[in-house]
Design a protein around this ligand. Structure first.
Ligand SMILES: CC(C)=CCC/C(C)=C/CC/C(C)=C/CC/C(C)=C/[C@@H]1[C@@H](COP(=O)(O)OP(=O)(O)O)[C@]1(C)CC/C=C(\C)CC/C=C(\C)CCC=C(C)C
Length: 595
């Protein structure tokens, strides 16, 4: 009785609910738009075909297995299947692709011809899939269902391949084949059980009679494989369109939070020869820098989307390139010259008569890979003052090199520490928030940015918090490079035994960390006042770093050593990957860690 409904109650609905719970905190508006779009398209395309199958008795349902209501002869349970299968497969695809920045998988085919060849090969294959079954003799009734499946999907495959081949060819199998394979296998098992129980059946004259395994007809296996492939290819084509719109502001200056299908088609029909290859290379390089240098911000970048995500990665790239070139300089003179090059670069970027010749000249001193990143700095959305202040912060670091000659540690007082943290990190908070406000899709609503000033001040304070945590974490590795950010005034001048000195340093670390948590507690609520589209991401960026502080605090409380390798760089406390992912997810779900 009502066997088909039970298939949903027992198998499909629990999986759909599970995926909804896992994905809900990470969903963006664009994800919701995509799910709805694909469900509507899949439903509309499958209904007439399914109705044809049922009316021609290729597919039948015993009357006692279904509840009764139908649409164009298709039982309501079957209609629900179109929706729930599309929902499950799309959710899985979205989940697995959260860490992916699709824009870096776009290619200008002028420079990479192999994609053009592969695109054509795919198109020929799918066109053949459509034509060949039509040419086969019509008296072979046993092949009817298989033919109907292939002819039904081939034109859609052709179109989706044409729209999404770049992503389909570039993404790893875990992002494309896995979201096809997992639901397909699952549905094969469900289908086997349903065919076994007689919940639905394929009429004997219209099937080939081949079984993948007992009770699973090859047509059924094929049906679930191709429908899941269509869903994943559809999802990739959608992502491809969004990636094109996001990646090239010069081609698409204004992209709304939810672009219309027409605008997306415009993106898909843009010739790849118009893709800005320099931008793609620079973006790829910036992402490599981010993934190698900061596991916290790399994780956090995955929960931002669209142009904000791209610009945050580019900003990180700029900051990291600057920090590394200045930090790794062989001498104080070389470091000074890098600061001068960066100052000149900013002067050109922010000059009222910026032209590409001047920009190229300003970039000459930098290594080629750094040049690709620097030229993409989204200066028009960033105030210049924090960027110059960041360079001032790096200049303060140089004073550690001069310390040997002056005998005067640069961080003397708590004020010096605050000034340093303001330069290198409060600035970053301000810059990140400038991007958040610049890209806000809701900025045109009245009052949307009324509390911008308060939020920016909180962001500035939060930047300092992260820097204090960074300092507490890196005391040992900084000491190895001759740097000590603990205010010199806090340290006893008399000589101490190594054990006493160690205890003194531990007390100082505790003092900085306690101060950091006080400021964190006072400012974290401001995150909830940020534009809706970005507050989850900002929460994750902040929380995943503050979690390092929590690990340090708990180790201090338990008398455990602070300078250990928790999966990170040797000598530095870090948060294990599983804990970072858990913190990220929990934070997106609105839960925050302890104060
Ligand atoms: C998600 C994403 C890609 C974010 C990018 C954030 C960004 C642009 C960071 C710049 C990092 C950087 C290299 C700066 C140079 C100076 C420096 C070293 C600062 C320290 C950062 C640590 O980065 P690092 O690469 O060393 O990371 P690891 O420790 O190796 O993992 C700092 C600690 C500063 C970081 C400060 C911020 C990100 C600002 C935080 C404030 C906000 C996001 C605003 C919060 C808003 C409210 C309303 C409270």
């Amino acid at each position: 009785m009502y066997d088909y409904a039970w298939v949903h109650v027992v198998y499909t609905i629990p999986i759909a609910l599970f995926l909804s719970v896992v994905l809900a905190p990470l969903l963006t508006r664009l994800d919701v738009y995509k799910i709805c779009f694909l469900v509507v398209v899949a439903f509309s395309y499958t209904l007439p075909w399914d109705s044809y199958l049922v009316r021609n008795r290729i597919w039948t349902y015993p009357s006692e297995a279904v509840i009764g209501p139908t649409l164009f002869s298709v039982p309501i349970e079957e209609l629900f299947f179109f929706i729930v299968q599309t929902y499950i497969t799309t959710c899985l695809h979205i989940l697995l692709n959260k860490p992916v920045l699709n824009a870096i998988h776009l290619h200008n085919e002028h420079t990479q011809g192999k994609f053009r060849v592969q695109k054509r090969m795919g198109q020929v294959f799918f066109a053949a899939c459509f034509v060949v079954p039509l040419l086969l003799p019509t008296d072979h009734r046993e092949g009817t269902y298989m033919k109907l499946i292939i002819c039904w999907v081939a034109p859609i495959f052709y179109m989706l391949w044409t729209f999404g081949y770049q992503l389909l060819l570039s993404l790893p199998a875990s992002k494309t084949l896995l979201p096809i394979a997992v639901p397909t296998l699952f549905l094969w098992v469900v289908d086997t059980l349903a065919l076994q129980r007689g919940t639905w059946s394929i009429e004997s004259g219209t099937k080939l009679g081949i079984h993948v395994w007992p009770h699973l007809e090859i047509e059924e296996a094929m049906f679930f494989l191709v429908t899941n492939s269509m869903i994943v290819m559809g999802s990739c084509a959608f992502d491809n369109a969004a990636a094109i719109l996001d990646a090239f502001p010069s081609l698409f200056p204004n992209v709304p939070g939810m672009p219309s299908p027409l605008l997306m088609l415009q993106g898909l029909f843009t010739s790849t020869s118009r893709y800005d290859q320099d931008r793609l290379v620079g973006l790829r390089n910036a992402l490599v820098v981010l993934s190698k240098k900061s596991r916290s911000f790399y994780l956090a970048s995955g929960v931002f989307s669209g142009r904000l995500r791209i610009d945050l990665i580019l900003l990180y790239g700029f900051c990291r390139v600057a920090d590394d070139l200045i930090d790794d300089a062989a001498s104080a003179e070389e470091a000074e010259s890098w600061i001068a090059h960066f100052t000149n670069f900013l002067d050109v970027m922010y000059s009222s008569h910026r032209d590409s010749a001047r920009l190229e000249k300003a970039l000459v001193p930098f290594p080629p890979s750094a040049q690709t990143i620097l030229r993409l700095l989204p200066a028009e959305k960033l105030p210049s003052q924090p960027l110059y202040a960041l360079l001032d912060g790096f200049r303060m670091d140089l004073d550690f090199t001069n310390e040997k000659s002056t005998g005067h540690p640069p961080i003397q007082t708590e004020n010096d520490l605050e000034k340093y943290a303001t330069c290198v990190a409060a600035t970053i908070g301000e810059l990140c928030l400038s991007l958040v406000y610049a890209h806000d899709p809701d900025q045109h609503y009245p009052g949307a940015h009324d509390n911008r000033e308060e939020c920016t001040q909180a962001g500035i304070n939060m930047g300092r918090v992260l820097q204090y945590i960074n300092i507490v974490r890196d005391v040992k590795t900084d000491a190895e490079t001759g740097r000590c950010y603990i205010p010199n005034q806090w340290l006893a001048k008399k000589s101490l035994t190594p054990h006493e000195r160690e205890q003194e340093i531990l007390d100082c670390r505790q003092r900085i960390l306690t101060g950091a948590f006080v400021t964190y507690a006072a400012n974290r609520d401001a995150i909830e006042e940020l534009p809706a589209y970005a507050k989850g991401g900002i929460r994750v960026a902040v929380e995943s770093y503050v979690e390092i502080g929590r690990v340090l605090r708990s180790r201090m409380q338990n008398g455990q050593p602070l300078d250990f390798a928790g999966g990170g760089k040797a000598g530095r406390a870090s948060v294990p990957k599983w804990r970072r992912v858990w913190v990220g997810w929990r934070t997106m779900a609105g839960k925050r860690g302890s104060i």
